[in-house]
Ligand binder design. Sequence first.
Ligand code: HEC
Ligand code: HEC
Ligand code: HEC
Ligand code: HEC
Ligand code: HEC
Length: 217
Amino acid sequence: MPQIFPRRANSLVSAMLWGGLVGGVALVIVAITLGSSAHTTGVNSTPEQPVPFSHGHHVGGLGIDCRYCHTSVEQSDFAGLPPTSTCMTCHSQLWTSAAMLAPVRQSLQHDKPIAWVRVHDLPDFTYFSHRAHVNNGVGCESCHGRVDRMPITTQQKPLTMQWCLACHRHPEPYLRPENRITALGYDPAGDGIPGHELREHYGIRKDNLTECVTCHR
Ligand code: HEC
Ligand code: HEC
Ligand code: HEC
Ligand code: HEC
Ligand code: HEC
């Protein structure tokens, strides 16, 4: 994804958030300048990958659960990417000589991770946590869309501050029961338990969710 103001903007915003410099005015100026720049959205961004890995085939077709590959998503801020050995549980037998799997074989041979290109990438001055969401009723699909239909992984949501805040102000219509967190095609607002019951079940307190320090720390 093209980054228009990479480092400079990150440190500028951090300085403002932390130092409280000229306060409101400066924040508004930065917000206007950066708010419309390309790095804040990136919807439909589909970077080319070293191996054309398809969630469509592996999730949609074979039905493998997200947590088989993204093993740290419930315990850590990061979902994590699978090591090559995970691919090899199947690909040491399957498609063993396919050209498109050459980087996978080389990675194993040289004991070097595959150089996947990031699809989603928040600016450094924001804090995000997978654990906080997937253990509180927010499913992968709410933020990543129908990966089971993606031949190549694409960013589906804008990931802007406005987008985060819209849910933080009013999360009820997006909440799912524990056993539907990685399910795809589930409609939290229509299919399931009413949102306010789930909010109580998870003990979600909305008061601090819109405070700056929740996401900028
Ligand atoms: C067989 C392993 C496997 C399974 C199962 C799997 N993934 Fe992935 N996932 C990967 C690999 C490899 C990548 C890195 C390549 C890419 O971006 O496509 C990836 C990348 C991603 C990314 C993009 C990461 C970034 O760079 O921003 C998201 C989002 C994602 N997976 C979500 C999911 C979800 C949601 C599920 C379950 C519905 C899932 N994955 C199931 C292997 C898997
Ligand atoms: C549980 C078994 C399993 C695991 C784990 C697995 N694959 Fe696959 N993979 C398959 C099967 C089966 C196919 C053939 C799918 C088809 O043609 O529908 C396949 C196909 C592929 C293809 C060919 C293109 C396509 O999607 O059809 C690529 C590339 C690929 N896998 C990469 C990977 C990578 C990279 C990993 C590790 C992140 C991985 N696979 C993990 C079973 C697996
Ligand atoms: C509330 C929204 C949200 C939910 C729910 C969510 N993600 Fe993410 N995911 C993100 C954001 C935002 C990023 C980019 C993080 C960054 O740049 O620091 C991301 C990044 C990723 C990545 C890239 C590697 C990483 O750890 O940063 C993977 C893989 C991923 N998500 C998989 C998943 C899976 C699997 C689930 C469900 C079990 C899930 N996500 C649930 C928003 C979400
Ligand atoms: C679809 C709904 C939804 C979206 C989208 C979403 N969140 Fe959340 N977020 C929640 C819920 C629900 C919680 C859990 C609140 C709790 O712990 O009680 C949460 C918790 C958090 C927490 C932990 C708060 C704490 O005090 O522990 C952080 C940090 C966070 N979100 C950041 C983000 C960021 C940054 C984005 C946008 C990139 C985002 N969220 C998008 C629903 C969402
Ligand atoms: C729920 C998470 C969340 C909360 C709460 C939040 N922000 Fe943000 N903020 C983000 C994310 C994500 C970005 C980066 C994406 C973007 O720029 O929209 C961002 C970007 C920014 C930027 C860069 C300018 C811009 O719009 O790109 C500023 C300045 C900022 N936030 C200030 C604040 C202030 C001040 C507060 C409190 C009133 C606040 N934020 C509360 C998530 C949050």
